[in-house]
Design a protein around this ligand. Structure first.
Ligand code: DLL
Length: 435
């Protein structure tokens, strides 16, 4: 089922013609309205009239998170402030947060793309959506909220936290769809278990999870535990919020990017050159309909690849593969590059481990070391120390074998790793701390 069949199945030729028209419009708009862009364009010697085809996007300057910070808070607005009806911001782990503004039309477009996304995931107006994404400056809560209302579904704006109460509400309201981060979904499961509630007795049939990387192994774990179909949703506040891309229920394999609103490229993060379809690199997004704060070639830092093969769902919008992680989160341990998601995949393949883990980085004798802490389940925890040690060795060996990196593995007690209501904190970096 589609929210907007015409737009979602637009023949590629028409879709690309529309993208080109919108790209030209947005380039002209930022050149004349945003001093930051005018300066960047002038430095490169590009002018709006140089954009004649979609591939000409490669002549345009990149925008980075630091540019948003340097222009904090409203320096990249392209419309008078009185036309801005909403502000969101992402907290960011370091430095100032990045701010985004929306006009009324931006908010409407966002709601429409979220409505499309929800429906692509199999949600209809008959569903009750339990929305546990945080409400507030974070885009997850309100983005999902407006999309659900636009679709005509029933939205329960629970936000994050109060996990026991969430279980009660899921039970009482008989929600059929849940939206939250994948790590929070697993936390909900644990809390439900303690409360003696079985997800099989709830009415959920679909979970729409995103805002952090999660692996196929994690998907299988969540689907089995929560007894629902789990779909991946992607987005980032800088370019809109959730609903930039979504997996369709039919294929459940790759996320359709709503290309009538976003022009995407994959670049090599080192050389900054565009990469062909299928190759892994950094996702770069140009917003082609945003009014308040359009971004040109925004470097997301998210690593993925694009898949142009037509999808069985009938949508013509290109798919991106599941995000492997952010380039900022890539660990380099004795010269070997590794992503937290790769370690997650190995942990979840191992019997007896829980999906709760953390990666501790330390510096010992000027070398970076990585300790993998993972919770075991109750059954394993009551085993003899010797068998726990054997299990640690086995995981260590698997990580070495598959990823080539030497780690220390430490099995920890059930429920000893801090749970998050939003994005899970996987990496604890102690390298700058005195040990
Ligand atoms: O996380 C928006 C969002 C809310 C998306 C709810 C999906 C659901 P930010 O806080 O600005 O916005 O963080 C954006 O989160 O650049 C990715 O690194 C990561 N991210 C978001 N969705 C996914 C996903 C929201 N499905 C940053 N898989 C992005 C992997 C994701 N990473």
């Amino acid at each position: 089922m589609m929210y907007d069949v015409e737009k979602e199945t637009l023949p590629r030729e028409e879709l690309e013609a529309l993208q080109l028209k919108r790209l030209k419009d947005v380039v002209e708009k930022v050149y004349y309205n945003v001093p930051f862009y005018r300066k960047k364009f002038d430095e490169l010697g590009v002018r709006p009239e140089h954009i004649r085809s979609l591939s000409d996007v490669k002549y345009l300057p990149f925008t980075e998170k630091q540019d948003l910070r340097n222009n904090y808070p409203f320096g990249l607005f392209s419309v008078p402030k009185e036309n801005v009806v909403r502000i969101h911001a992402s907290s960011g782990t370091t430095g100032k947060s990045t701010v985004v503004g929306y006009t009324q039309r931006d908010v409407n477009n966002w709601a429409e793309l979220m409505a499309r996304s929800l429906m692509a995931a199999g949600v209809t107006r008959r569903d009750i959506i339990h929305n546990a994404y945080g409400y507030g400056l974070f885009t997850g809560g309100l983005g999902t909220h407006y999309g659900a209302e636009k679709l005509g579904a029933t939205i329960v704006p629970v936000s994050g936290g109060g996990t026991k109460r969430q279980i009660m509400l899921l039970n009482d309201f008989k929600a059929t769809v849940i939206c939250c981060t994948p790590s929070y979904a697993l936390h909900l499961y644990d809390v439900a278990q303690e409360a003696g509630v079985d997800f099989k007795d709830l009415s959920l049939h679909t979970g729409i999870f995103g805002a952090e990387p999660w692996t196929e192994e994690m998907r299988r774990e969540i689907e089995a535990k929560l007894n629902l179909k789990a779909l991946d949703i992607y987005g980032l506040s800088e370019v809109m919020g959730p609903g930039v891309a979504i997996e369709c229920r039919e294929a459940q394999n790759g996320l359709h990017i709503w290309e009538d609103h976003f022009l995407v490229e994959i670049i090599d993060p080192e050389t900054l050159e565009p990469l062909p379809y299928g190759e892994k690199g950094e996702l770069v997004i140009t917003t082609i309909t945003k009014e308040a704060q359009p971004l040109i070639r925004y470097r997301t830092r998210d690593l993925t690849s694009l898949n142009p093969v037509p999808c069985k769902c009938g949508r013509t919008h290109i798919k991106m593969n599941k995000v492997l992680g952010r380039s900022d989160d890539m660990l380099i341990i004795r010269g070997v590059n590794v992503f937290p998601s790769q370690i997650e995949a190995i942990l979840l393949e191992t019997e007896g481990l829980s999906p709760h883990y953390q990666l501790i980085l330390r510096r010992e004798d000027s070398m970076d070391t990585l300790e993998v802490q993972v919770e075991v389940d109750e059954r394993i925890f009551s085993d003899k120390i010797k068998s726990l040690q054997m299990l640690e060795k086995k995981i260590q060996k698997n990580i070495k074998e598959f990823l080539g990196v030497t780690t220390k593995v430490r099995l920890v007690e059930p429920k000893s790793i801090v749970r998050s209501e939003g994005k899970a904190k996987r990496i604890i970096d102690l390298r700058d701390k005195k040990q």
